[in-house]
Design a protein around this ligand. Structure first.
Ligand SMILES: Nc1ncnc2c1ncn2[C@@H]1O[C@H](COP(=O)(O)OP(=O)(O)O)[C@@H](O)[C@H]1O
Ligand SMILES: [Mg+2]
Length: 320
């Protein structure tokens, strides 16, 4: 395990982690559609879990490197990152896991343009769709969660991400053609389960960029409810005007500097529901919104109103 980054963590944090030590859980965020909220979800989930005291590794498998650029101030030019791991089949070396500044315990195995070639180089490997799964296996001792962001296509890289996962989280925005490709995704999941990873579970379909009263949002939710039933997360992420700009400042809705109170409230609820679904005890102190929800926002399901989800004690939002 000496190969992996061990970030310095505070004593209190160590005690908290030791108390609820868990085997690493791998969550792949995937859908075949671009602009569906994959990177937004992967980054918010990773940062949210990290803020709750968990050690989190983000594996960025999209050559566009949006998650890497969102979280890291710079990616070394020569860093092969995830592409190097897919090519060699070897576990990532310590220097491959880039620590996210000001977020102790959060690291990124970054994407690089070399990922564009990974689908071709992987084909030469006899166990082509299990390469990532084997390479990441040893991280169990170094991280509590591994969140994998994926490209918007069914290709060998995506199969690797699904083969390595315990769970798949499927974001769906309220945009036009949001539901496009979900049928294909289900076929892909079946294939992965039958060929490489029978334990793969759908963590949930996450409805994002929801505008209450907007017909597209209502229709998308109704169809998701009908087709996915209980797999549709009860909590959802409302449209937020700052979401489109905060990535440029390397902020997330979890950071009070982002000024996204609505996002903070929604992501807090979604994270509690997700932890409940994974059967993970909620972290001691996740962030809560600075202000109370306005009466209008009561329509959105909150962590406390979702039956069966973990209870989340409140604390003030932490600056990062
Ligand atoms: N809650 C939200 N409100 C408004 N826009 C959002 C919200 N969440 C995500 N977006 C926007 O949706 C777009 C696509 O999101 P992204 O995570 O990059 O999708 P993908 O990774 O699937 O391509 C981005 O411009 C992002 O800012
Ligand atoms: Mg993306």
């Amino acid at each position: 395990m000496g190969r992996f980054v061990r970030r310095p963590v505070g004593r209190r944090l160590l005690v908290r982690i030791a108390e609820r030590r868990c085997v690493v859980k791998v969550v792949t965020v995937s859908t075949q559609k671009g602009g569906a909220g994959k990177t937004t979800s992967a980054v918010h989930l990773a940062v949210g879990l990290n803020r709750a005291g968990y050690r989190v590794l983000v594996v960025d498998l999209d050559a566009q490197a949006h998650a890497s650029k969102w979280l890291l101030p710079a990616i070394p030019r020569d860093a092969l990152g995830a592409a190097g791991v897919l090519e060699s089949g070897e576990p990532p070396a310590e220097e491959d896991l880039l620590p996210v500044p000001n977020r102790p315990g959060l690291s990124v195995l970054p994407a690089s343009l070399a990922l564009r070639k990974s689908n071709i180089t992987l084909r030469e490997n006899p166990g082509a769709d299990r390469v990532l799964s084997s390479a990441l296996a040893p991280i169990g001792g170094s991280f509590d969660f591994c969140i994998i962001d994926t490209p918007p296509a069914v290709e060998l890289v995506t199969y690797n991400a699904l083969a390595a996962a315990d769970y798949v989280l499927v974001p769906v925005t309220s945009a036009f053609l949001a539901l496009d490709g979900l049928g294909e995704l289900q076929k892909t999941l079946e294939l992965v389960r039958s060929r490489t990873n029978p334990r793969l579970e759908v963590l949930g379909y996450l409805h994002l960029a929801v505008t209450k009263g907007y017909s597209n949002s209502t229709e998308v939710r109704e169809i998701l409810q009908k087709k996915q039933g209980s797999k549709l997360l009860k909590c959802e992420i409302r449209t937020s005007s700052v979401q489109m700009t905060i990535a440029a400042h390397r902020l997330t809705a979890w950071d009070k500097e982002a000024g996204d109170e609505r996002g903070l409230e929604d992501w807090t609820a979604v994270q509690a529901e997700i932890l409940g679904r994974m059967g993970v005890k909620a972290a001691a102190k996740p962030a809560t919104a600075k202000k109370q929800a306005s009466p209008k926002s009561k329509a959105v399901t909150t962590a406390r109103s979702v039956k069966g989800t973990a209870k989340v004690p409140a604390r003030k939002a932490r600056a990062t």
